[in-house]
Structure formats: C-alpha cells, structure tokens
Design a protein around this ligand. Sequence first.
Ligand SMILES: Nc1ncnc2c1ncn2[C@@H]1O[C@H](COP(=O)(O)OP(=O)(O)OP(=O)(O)O)[C@@H](O)[C@H]1O
Length: 293
Amino acid sequence: MANSVLEIKNASLDIKKDRVLEDITLKMETGRVYGLLGRNGAGKTSLLSLIASFRKPTRGVVTIDGQDPYENAELMPKVDFLYEADYSEEYRTPEDFCRMTKRYKKDFDTDYAYELLDGFKIDRRKALNRMSKGQQAAVNAVLGLASNAPVTIFDEVTNGMDAPSREYFYQQVVEANARTPRILILSTHIVSEMEYLFDEIIIIHQGRVMMQEPLDTFLERGFRVTGPKEKVSDFTRGMEVLASEHLGPTQSDMVLGHLEELQRQEAQSRYLNIAPLKLQELFIRMTEDREGV
Ligand SMILES: Nc1ncnc2c1ncn2[C@@H]1O[C@H](COP(=O)(O)OP(=O)(O)OP(=O)(O)O)[C@@H](O)[C@H]1O
C-alpha cells in the first residue's frame, strides 16, 4: 500500500457561533501511531471529524495526499473513523458488519477480523444489541484494525473495555501497523497505558495545537528528581519545578528543562535519584490551568 501524507494547514472550525478549533497545522505520515491528547472539550473529536470529512473546516485546508477529502468519493474509503457508537438498536452481527464493510472497503481483511473477534472472545454471530458495552467497543476496534484504511482513527475506542481487552487491543495496534503500515490516530484519556504505543504526541488545548512532537523528544522536556526533602529542594532551586510531591521525609520534584551532564553527576554525588518523566504526568501539568510551559 502506498504511503500517505495527511496535512492540516491553518484550519479553524466554528460550530454554531463558537470557534472550537483555531489555526490547526499538523502533518502525519504512514507507519506512525499518533496519540491525540487533550482535556475534555479541548477539540479532539472536532479535529478528528475534520480529518474524517464529517465536517469541513471554516477556514484552512485538510488534505490527504494533496487532495481535499471532503465529499471526495475516491478518498472516503481511505479514512476509517471509529468512535463509541450506540448499538442499542443494532440487531446485526459482527459477521454482518464485516460483510457490509468488505463491500465498500476492498482492503478490509475479513479473515483478520474473524481472528481478532476470536482474540476478543466475541461471538461473531451474536447481534450487537445483545452485547455488553465492552464487547461492542471490541467489535468497533476489530472493524478499524481489519479495515487496513490508510488513515485509521480510533476516538476513545477502548471506552468500556476491561483491562485484558484493552491490553489485547494495544498488542493488535502494534501488530496491525506492522502488517499494513498506515496513519493511526488514537485519541484517548488512558494516557498512562498507551504511552508505549505512540510514535508522536499531539496535544490539543483549548482548540489549538499545543504541540506535535515525537514521544522521545516530548519526554526529554523534563525529569524527576527524588530524595531527602532538603537535598531535593536544594538541587532544584532556580529550576522550573512543575510539581513537588512529598512522602514522609522524601520529596519528588517534577522539573521542566534539560539536565546537563555535570548536573547529573552532581545529583548522583548527592544520592538523588533522577528519572525520566511519564507522558501522563507531563500531559496533566501542561494542560492544567496555568500559563503554557
Ligand atoms: N455540536 C456541537 N455544538 C456546539 N458545540 C460543540 C458541538 N460539538 C462540540 N462542541 C464544542 O466544541 C468543543 C470541542 O469539543 P470536542 O468534542 O471536539 O472535544 P473533545 O476534546 O473531543 O472532548 P472530550 O474529551 O470530552 O470528548 C467543546 O467546547 C464543545 O462544547
């Protein structure tokens, strides 16, 4: 399958009288898994609806391989948008859905879909309205993974899944992208569990892109230093401390900035522990109500 490039340039979106997205510029490429993060109401679903052509930007452009996907019959099957759907009235089975999907998405891999349904322990001949929320979510995940669409979007698709199902889904995301590389976008609140899946992080905050960065680069924005209270305070004096946690005589400071080799040695000589930051803690601090970092 050919490589694809998805570009969003200076896109804004108004819904009714509200500006929900402002001046969004992003670029995504085949073979990479993008973690789309943002607080409730930040604009994640709105952004994804532009990519999936459910909406048209009020200003700016969205292109896939240089073409506008909006009302573009040729590009439509190339984008798959999976989100939490209401299946309470859905009497059809996963098998029916696979058959229907295959009709308009020629790259849909039915054998792989059945294999995934077995992996999730889903009965493929059972009507969706007779399944639990978590099982319905798993069917959605299967349809997305097996679609092989060059742009596959999962918007909070693990909602309702139990821990083993989520774990299986994460494994299959890696597997599916290795089988058929695509642009995979995962919007999620379960940041801590999914950290290892992401190649790049996109943070949307109050309708704007706060940052798009490879995960490694993002995590190098800061570090955590832990040790006896006074020693830690002494070491981080003058540094940009995002958060300071205390447990008995121990203090753990989350610091923004790069640690020079000399400082690292200094920390070591003072028996302080230096650790990399976790995606979740950095995301929470960056998007809390304070001036941007
Ligand atoms: N149909 C709509 N009519 C009016 N405003 C809307 C509509 N859909 C979204 N919005 C507004 O757009 C903003 C972004 O919403 P969006 O659903 O994109 O956020 P989100 O990041 O996906 O949030 P969540 O994590 O809660 O799902 C919110 O302020 C929301 O109130």
